[in-house]
Write a protein that binds this ligand. Structure first.
Ligand SMILES: Cc1cc2nc3c(=O)[nH]c(=O)nc-3n(C[C@H](O)[C@H](O)[C@H](O)COP(=O)(O)OP(=O)(O)OC[C@H]3O[C@@H](n4cnc5c(N)ncnc54)[C@H](O)[C@@H]3O)c2cc1C
Length: 497
């Protein structure tokens, strides 16, 4: 736990917030505070009702940019830690309130779609709009945002921008940083900043990137404008291929992408990972591709896929299997609830760690992680699955998304340190060792922070400078991205409590 630096007591903080925004906006219910003290990084302890704290002083439900500005002004004046929240699907501890008497600033009530501009192909929304709601609204007009993370039914635009999220169709449409046209954000002290919507600018460094990916550690995103694209579902072409070798499967993606083709979905699954999605994949790797867009473009992409695989040994998969899988891939509340029930009933769970790597070292990274886990992870026998897939590809490389399932043979309060933390550490360390990035799209949160200096090397000074410049009193989401003494131990990574 990190001690509060505020001169105000917990009760005084709550009273101050009620004076600012009214009683109805300030939640102090014990169960809600416990749930707000963690995110999915601690999902196993959460289902067992174990909350090691500290609990936030209050959850404040913001209804407007002005509400956000007033709360940040109050927090800055009184040195109170603020953790912004929208959809609550964070997986890396970004929502954890590690400082006592924090404020959780819940922006999900800011959920208005403000404008859909079909001529300039952009939509402006408040930060609490669920992506699914925006996608449904633009689909009714024959358009798409092109953004489709698996958490689309629940995640909201503020959090999606704050974490640098990416969706299943990224090879064609890009990741969220390619989609954001402009935005509004509030900085500590309550300063409201609007980055206007323009097609491109060369007016100095791109200041959108101070905000995109800040994970609530610099500012609160209140409004977002994203691009829109025409949607042509009638032209979608689904492909699946079974292959013998994981590195060769990833190399097939490389050949397609570096040749200039942009299949919207572009994935390669190792056999272990594939088996949890498809009961027909056996000991094979599975490559999944989708061609989409205007018909001549989708046809050209489809032709390139077919020509490439005519030169690669494989077994084809019925495209209907792939389409059916896509139609059921996303996670709404039903799947979150089913996972909770399974954790409780069967003492098991699954986690993921996603990293990125150059094409030339992707196969090596996969092998290094698989063999190091087998060699070094003391609870290897409890793993029921360890595998990976490549799901987002670029001209210069790809991501590897490691997936691990295990049975838990320890007290629930020890699960993180016995299983998830050491497995996550091996993957992060190996990614850095082969010159890759320690995080591809889930954000740093609080649990990859121990490696953030190593990730950025001599450029860390730039990142640190942003914190000093925009959050000089250090009130924004302490421990996220930027290490905090008392929580992150510079020599050993994480303190155990
Ligand atoms: C089942 C499942 C599937 C997932 N699939 C994907 C996927 O395919 N692709 C992907 O990229 N991610 C995925 N994620 C991770 C997660 O959904 C993303 O990180 C998402 O962007 C978080 O959005 P949210 O609205 O839930 O944010 P939250 O969980 O509320 O917050 C996430 C982080 O952003 C900060 N934050 C939230 N709102 C704001 C704001 N308005 N201003 C500033 N900071 C803010 C928080 O403090 C926190 O650090 C998945 C998660 C789950 C549980």
């Amino acid at each position: 736990m990190v001690t509060s630096r505020s001169a105000l007591s917990r009760n005084q903080i709550v009273t101050g917030l009620r004076d600012l925004l009214g009683d109805a906006a300030v939640v102090t219910d014990e169960a809600a505070l416990k749930a707000a003290s963690v995110d999915r990084f601690k999902k196993y302890m959460t289902v067992h009702g174990i909350f090691q704290g500290p609990m936030p002083a209050a959850i404040v439900r913001a209804r407007s940019t002005d509400d956000v500005a007033r709360v940040l002004n109050f927090a800055n004046e009184h040195l109170i830690n603020v953790v912004p929240r929208t959809g609550g699907t964070a997986t890396e501890g970004g929502l954890e309130t590690i400082v006592e008497d924090s404020i959780v600033l819940d922006c999900s009530p800011m959920n208005a779609i403000l404008n859909i501009d079909t001529e300039n192909m952009q939509a402006t929304v408040q930060c609490g709009v669920p992506l699914q709601a925006l996608e449904d609204a633009v689909r009714a007009l024959g358009l798409t945002t092109g953004h489709s993370p698996q958490s689309k039914p629940i995640a909201q635009l503020g959090g999606l921008v704050a974490t640098r999220s990416i969706g299943q169709f990224s090879t064609l449409y890009g990741a969220i940083e390619d989609m954001v046209v402009g935005l509004e954000a509030v900085f500590p002290g309550g300063q409201v900043t609007r980055i206007k919507n323009v097609p491109r600018r060369a007016a100095g460094p791109d200041i959108r990137h101070i905000v995109i990916g800040n994970e609530g550690a610099l500012c609160v995103i209140t409004e977002v404008t994203v691009k829109l694209f025409r949607f042509y579902p009638e032209n979608h072409r689904f492909y699946g291929f079974l292959m013998d070798d994981f590195a060769a499967s990833v190399d097939a993606l490389r050949q397609l992408v570096t040749a200039g083709y942009r299949p919207s979905v572009c994935r390669a699954y190792s056999p272990q990972d594939a088996r949890q999605h498809w009961d027909w994949s056996g000991d094979k790797n599975v490559v999944v591709l989708v061609a989409e867009g205007p018909k001549p473009l989708a046809d050209a992409t489809a032709q390139a896929i077919e020509e490439l695989f005519a030169t690669i040994p494989h077994q084809p998969v019925d495209p209907q299997h792939i389409q059916h899988w896509f139609d059921n891939l996303n996670w709404g509340q039903d799947k979150v609830d089913a996972e909770k029930a399974d954790m409780l009933a069967n003492s098991r769970l699954g986690y993921t760690t996603e990293v990125s790597v150059d094409w030339s070292r992707a196969g090596e990274l996969f092998s290094r992680v698989m063999s190091r886990v087998e060699r070094e992870f003391p609870r290897f026998a409890d793993l029921t699955m360890l595998g990976a897939h490549s799901s987002h590809s670029y001209q210069t490389g790809t991501n590897l998304y490691f997936v691990y399932d295990y049975e838990i043979h320890c007290d629930p309060s020890e699960e993180l340190h016995e299983y998830h933390v050491p497995l996550n550490a091996i993957i992060v360390e190996e990614a850095l060792a082969v010159g890759g990035s320690m995080v591809h799209h889930h954000g740093v949160g609080k649990y990859r922070t121990p490696w953030v200096r190593q990730e950025h090397g001599s450029a860390y000074v730039l990142l640190e400078g942003l914190k000093r410049a925009f959050d000089p009193k250090g009130i924004m989401n302490a421990g996220t991205i930027f290490p905090v003494e008392g929580f992150h131990d510079p020599l050993q990574g994480l303190h155990r409590s």
